[in-house]
Ligand binder design. Structure first.
Ligand code: ATP
Length: 258
């Protein structure tokens, strides 16, 4: 039973010179509740456009998107989005940043603080509650953004290249943490990336997109369970299949990004 249904969605943009650009072309996709989906493809293939349409930030030119049977027309408080630049308020403490989304729920202050402290613990930042974002590393700031997203108990978390600004080791650590946390919390995740290894580490299914016009080329199930070992033959087998989908030549494979 599909939870998110994308039916025949197209999106055109009119460029400055008046020409029409087809960012998404007849896209169909069904996603089950609790799935971790990675949208993977080269720059300009429409990953962010599709994510923005799913999250209700922008409309499709044609086609429909439904979530739990309801047509998506605008952003909903049931879903949260995490961006690459963390989106933290610099003048607030870490704790107060995590409380931000809860303030709209009109909870008593002590209840709000209890929930925020719980999710800071989930992401391992309980000792930094009184720090300000500028005192934290990029990886820690992104963990605050993840705690803030989880605190409102969303049904879906949309993530648009959330680790792109982080160094490779921090990114790998956060990939493992996000995978474990989101699966434990049973969230539906739509995650945009152009990093092949990141998609293989995280996804239940990888939606492989190609540009000009933006289309879904294929959907690859990732049949790896539990903690994903980046050195295992199974991991390398799936990674190989993704490379084949993009028709990358053997000599291209040393570069992890597409
Ligand atoms: N508001 C807009 N006006 C005109 N063109 C747009 C607009 N938004 C996106 N596009 C174009 O649509 C195409 C798809 O953009 P999108 O940001 O969805 O790609 P992407 O796959 O997420 O790329 P990246 O990995 O570089 O972020 C791009 O060629 C982009 O220039």
């Amino acid at each position: 039973m599909s939870y998110i249904k994308v039916e025949d969605v197209s999106r055109q943009f009119t460029k400055a010179d008046g020409s029409v650009f087809q960012a998404l072309d007849h896209v169909d996709l069904e996603i089950k509740q609790g799935e971790f989906i990675c949208l993977l493809g080269p720059s300009g293939c429409g990953k962010s456009t599709l994510l923005n349409i799913l999250a209700g930030f922008e409309g499709a030119s044609a086609g429909t998107v439904t979530i739990d049977g309801q047509t998506v027309a605008k952003p909903s408080p049931k879903y949260v989005t995490i961006f690459q630049n963390y989106g933290l308020l610099p003048w607030r403490t870490v704790l107060k940043n995590v409380e931000l989304g809860l303030e709209e729920q009109q909870l008593p202050a002590d209840e709000r603080e209890k929930i925020a402290r719980h999710y800071l613990e989930v992401v391992g930042l309980q000792d930094f509650a009184d720090s300000h974002p500028a005192e934290l590393s990029g990886g820690m700031q992104q963990r605050v953004a993840i705690a803030r997203a989880l605190a409102v108990d969303p049904e879906i978390i949309f993530m648009d290249e959330p680790f792109a600004a982080l160094d490779a080791l921090t990114r790998m650590k956060l990939q493992d943490e996000v995978s474990a946390i989101c699966r434990k919390q049973k969230k539906t995740i739509i995650f945009v990336t152009h990093d092949i290894d990141e998609a293989v580490v995280l996804a239940d299914r990888i939606v492989i997109m190609t540009p000009n016009p933006g289309q879904i080329k294929t959907i690859l199930p990732v049949d790896l369970h539990g903690q994903r070992d980046r050195t295992s033959p199974d991991f390398w087998d799936i990674r190989e299949r993704v490379f084949e989908c993009f028709a990358l030549k053997p000599e291209d494979k040393t570069e992890y990004y597409i």
